[in-house]
Design a protein around this ligand. Structure first.
Ligand SMILES: *[C@@H]1O[C@H](CO)[C@@H](O)[C@H](O)[C@H]1NC(C)=O
Ligand SMILES: *[C@@H]1O[C@H](CO)[C@@H](O)[C@H](O)[C@H]1NC(C)=O
Ligand SMILES: *[C@@H]1O[C@H](CO)[C@@H](O)[C@H](O)[C@H]1NC(C)=O
Length: 479
């Protein structure tokens, strides 16, 4: 066990500092409505979204109209982007749908993972996730990332691993981000998730360098081989800033009620969670932020170029709901989800629009093609956790700000770390072990990756830090 800790510290020393990022709080919610300017421009969308960002959000919103919005529900006033994802409902026993409360709005992380990162280009938009998925045909839980290869690193697999449902209980060690790719059932949540559930969504960050959008709003971007890190596939070698959504829902408020949780798109599994983004930063600003906001704290306060507004002001920014949706009660909807979207349990790919009552308009968009399942394993999940001594949990932020103090035991041991030409560790070789000192380190968990930034290691360590670049083939890594 001690050996492992030392090894992690050693790797961190070798690989230098962690990647920078900033965490953009969007404490206000600009609205909840059946609106989706990407999928259903100019008309009501099928399902309800929780929307954050520009007050210029509308059924026909574009980058230009978002930028004209008079406010944003996020902290940085230079950002008028729109961020939206399906809302979460509690379906009561009698069939009525009640909107679950969001805790602390939404957090939009901007991770600077990879090399030569650029901001989103003007007019950029994209969707992550697939609203019709109801199945997970990949191994559960995820195998270690070093073992991902073949189908494991296919885009359909990476897309599903980009979703996370984090069961929150601030009394115990946090679960890893993106550790569970389905929504736990209510029995499980009632028992374990006393602080609610956090939805997590990683967007693709490899871009074809050409198209700011595509007909499905997806095919101009892809995931890197480890979802948020790794190599970009051929043809998508432009690394964009990595966008990651986090939203906490107060599911525990329904502890004593009979019913189930369902996403607004009729998904009780979570596999159909998705999110949408339309870029709306002030021209040139995001690139300056990518270049300058490199403080590892992740706090927007530590980036000198951001103009910040108070949480109160974030909370005041809302968009006008169009007349045709004004009378729709999206908070408490009688007899089913808003728009009477049917709940589809899967595992089959959901039909595009299936209403619980007849007389609704037919679907106007053909559904995207379902991915080919390679193999199916039963859904089981082991709670992962990080060993930690102390941490300071806050109700509305994620794992990232939780600073964990941990004792690191430095061992006198030769550790050879073989890396490929991208710096990805391939193999380690260890000699005999002898404790030489202990020290305290600060461990920060970032979405899906544990990054250890140890205090200065004892001098003696240095002579054992070998860094061997060695080319070596292993499937799943490109050279
Ligand atoms: C980043 O840019 C530098 C300089 O243009 C180039 O040498 C390097 O190969 C690039 N790295 C990647 C991963 O594209
Ligand atoms: C709820 O989920 C847990 C953990 O995945 C599982 O053991 C249990 O059987 C599920 N309960 C129901 C009612 O589906
Ligand atoms: C990062 O921000 C902290 C405050 O959170 C500040 O003390 C520190 O000097 C900053 N580091 C850099 C490199 O700017």
């Amino acid at each position: 066990m001690r050996q492992n800790v030392a090894l992690v510290a050693c790797l961190a020393v070798l690989s230098g500092v962690a990647d920078a990022f900033w965490r953009l709080p969007c404490r206000g919610r600009s609205g909840v409505a059946r609106m989706d300017p990407l999928i259903a421009p100019g008309k009501p969308s099928d399902h309800v979204h929780a929307v954050h960002g520009s007050g210029g959000f509308a059924m026909s919103a574009t980058e230009a109209s978002l930028k004209k919005g008079s406010c944003t529900s996020c902290a940085v006033t230079q950002d008028k982007s729109a961020y939206w994802a399906p809302a979460l409902y509690f379906m009561h026993e009698n069939g009525d749908a009640e909107l679950v409360n969001e805790v602390g709005g939404m957090l939009a992380y901007y991770f600077l993972n990879g090399e030569n990162i650029t901001a989103f280009p003007e007019d950029f938009r994209m969707i992550a996730g697939d609203p019709f998925l109801r199945n997970f045909p990949w191994p559960v839980p995820d195998p270690p990332k070093s073992e991902w290869s073949g189908d494991q690193v296919s885009q359909p697999a990476l897309q599903q691993k980009a979703l996370g449902f984090n069961c929150l209980n601030y009394e115990i060690d946090p679960e890893p981000s993106l550790g569970r790719h389905f929504m736990p059932n209510k029995t499980f949540m009632d028992e374990h998730c006393t602080d609610g559930i956090r939805f997590e969504l990683m967007f693709p960050s490899c871009w074809n360098g050409r198209d700011v959008d595509s007909s499905d709003h997806r095919s101009h971007v892809t995931y890197p081989s480890l979802v948020m890190d790794g190599d970009c596939p051929e043809g998508f070698d432009n690394r964009l800033v990595s966008l990651f959504f986090e939203t906490i829902w107060d599911t525990y408020a329904f502890k004593d009620k009979q019913g189930e949780f369902v996403l607004a798109n009729g998904d009780p599994t979570g596999y159909g969670y998705h999110g949408d983004f339309i870029y709306g930063w002030e021209s040139g600003y995001l690139q300056s932020a990518v270049d300058q906001c490199t403080n590892l704290s992740g706090r927007v306060e530590d980036c000198p170029i951001f103009d910040l507004q108070s949480e109160d002001d974030q909370g005041k920014c809302t968009f006008p709901v169009p007349d045709e949706l004004k009378n729709e009660n999206v908070f408490n909807h009688k007899g089913g989800l808003p728009n009477n979207i049917a709940i589809q349990y899967g595992p089959a790919y959901a039909s595009p629009v299936k209403y619980t009552t007849p007389g609704h308009p037919a679907a106007t968009q053909p559904p995207p093609k379902p991915p080919k399942p390679a193999f199916t394993l039963g859904a089981s999940f082991n709670l992962g956790s990080l060993s930690s001594a102390t941490r300071t949990p806050t109700p509305t932020t994620s794992l990232v700000p939780d600073v964990i103090t941990e004792e690191v035991v430095y061992l006198d041991q030769e550790i050879l770390v073989y890396v490929d030409d991208k710096g990805t560790p391939l193999e380690t070789v260890t000699g005999s072990v002898e404790t030489i000192s202990t020290s305290t380190s600060t461990l920060t968990t970032m979405a899906s990756a544990v990054v250890t930034t140890p205090t200065i290691a004892p001098m003696k360590r240095d002579r054992h830090s070998h860094f061997h670049g060695r080319r070596r083939h292993r499937s799943g890594h490109t050279h």
